[in-house]
Design a protein around this ligand. Structure first.
Ligand SMILES: *Cc1c(COP(=O)(O)O)cnc(C)c1O
Length: 385
């Protein structure tokens, strides 16, 4: 089976991990700050907070922005459930903005309309979480302008998008957002096995996230309510979590980061090749605007089902049967049973639901060969033809 995505681990990655295993610190050692510093430098931002998953990063980002009971958070219905769950962890409520059928990201016209209505209803979201689906950035400058006009914060869910660029600037610069989060799950662009990072230009937000990833405990005397009892002393000053990344993970991440550009270049080559080879088939790939350089975590096509006699499911099953590890990203969140209990129902976000009727992720990963890619296209051609 040609998988839809897969990590790329080389000998340097292995050596970096082994070195940590033989060192004094498996966690809370020097590797985590080194990895944070390297990510911050790579994406051009001041602060980076490493955590044990992007899900944790989303949770901390919401908490740092004081999301709580009575607050509203908006995100895309076409994303992994974690993008929405983070709001509910904070006792806030969640709502969705329907997608653009071509970019698969949130539709800015619908966002503006929804904001206008929310303003009348006095229900402006505290935070909007744009998701850069497949590694292709949303139009962040436009979202930022809306945030100034209507008054909301922005967390970029860039779980797919490290190594991508928007307007020539690395995704993660936070030029148009409060916080950006990355995932280092093995199917993503670079991996730490499990792991994530929140980056921000704001030192206060970074400090809050650093505090909360470690139980709300501080050793910084400036943050304490009274003078330190002695060198052993720490204070818990809020309710945090254990969301720490280990040094083993950070070492892997640091080693992987040195190949980030190579990974993204190779994914772009594959994407360009797909686009050309798929041109004659009844499918449309994600539309990439001129201001975007996608990291191509995913290569999603939409199948023009009216041009084939097969159903979506039949196409999927036939591809799988031929060893093509296609996948679907994602099932619209508002149609999940859990979210239905929150009052959402089918019909709420028609473009997201239409996407789910014909979108399919084709295999794309760093060392995918041209032969493998040819096989994917040939198989798809045979099935659709
Ligand atoms: C993978 C992913 C997450 C969660 O990442 P973890 O590191 O697995 O917690 C969140 N949002 C999106 C869009 C993702 O793809």
């Amino acid at each position: 089976m040609i998988p839809y995505g897969k990590q790329s681990i080389d000998q340097n990655d292995i050596d970096s991990v082994v070195k940590v295993l033989k060192s004094d610190f498996l966690t809370q050692g020097p590797m985590v700050p080194l990895f944070e510093g390297a990510i911050a430098e790579k994406v051009g931002v001041n602060h980076a907070v490493a955590v044990n998953s992007a899900t944790s990063a989303l949770h901390l980002a919401c908490l740092a922005l004081n999301v709580g009971k009575g607050d509203i958070v908006w995100t895309s219905p076409i994303t992994f459930v974690a993008s929405a769950n983070c709001a509910l962890y904070c006792d806030a409520s969640i709502d969705f903005i329907d997608i653009d059928p071509k970019t698969f990201n949130i539709c800015l016209i619908k966002l503006e309309k929804k904001l206008q209505k929310a303003e009348l209803d006095k229900k402006i979201p505290k935070v909007v979480i744009p998701v850069h689906l497949c590694g292709t950035s949303c139009d962040m400058e436009a979202i930022y302008q809306l945030s100034k006009r209507f008054g909301f914060h922005i967390i970029e869910d860039a779980s797919h998008a490290i190594g991508g660029y928007y307007q020539g600037i690395p995704i993660g610069s936070c030029k148009y957002s409060d916080i950006t989060i990355f995932s280092f799950h093995p199917v993503k662009i670079i991996t730490t096995a499990e792991g994530g990072m929140a980056v921000t230009a704001c030192s206060d937000l970074a400090d809050k996230m650093i505090l909360l990833r470690n139980h709300g405990i501080t050793r910084d005397t400036e943050q304490m309510t009274h003078e330190s009892d002695g060198p052993w002393y720490y204070q818990q000053i809020s309710l945090g979590f254990n969301y720490r990344m280990t040094d083993i993970q950070a070492a892997l991440g640091l080693s992987q980061l040195s190949r980030l550009d190579e990974f993204v270049e190779d994914r772009n080559k594959l994407a360009t090749r797909y686009k050309i080879m798929l041109d004659s088939l009844p499918v449309s790939p994600q539309y990439i605007q001129k201001y975007n350089y996608s990291s191509f975590h995913l290569y999603v096509i939409r199948i023009e089902l009216n041009k084939t006699h097969l159903t979506y499911r039949e196409i999927f099953e036939r591809l799988r049967a031929k060893g093509i590890g296609v996948n679907v990203h994602y099932i619209p969140i508002h149609t999940q049973p859990f979210y239905k209990t929150k009052g959402f129902k089918k019909g709420d976000f028609p473009s997201a639901e239409a996407y789910y009727e014909n979108a399919m992720s084709l295999p794309i990963f760093h060392y995918m060969s041209q032969e493998q890619q040819n096989k994917v296209v040939k198989t798809l051609q045979d099935i659709l033809g």
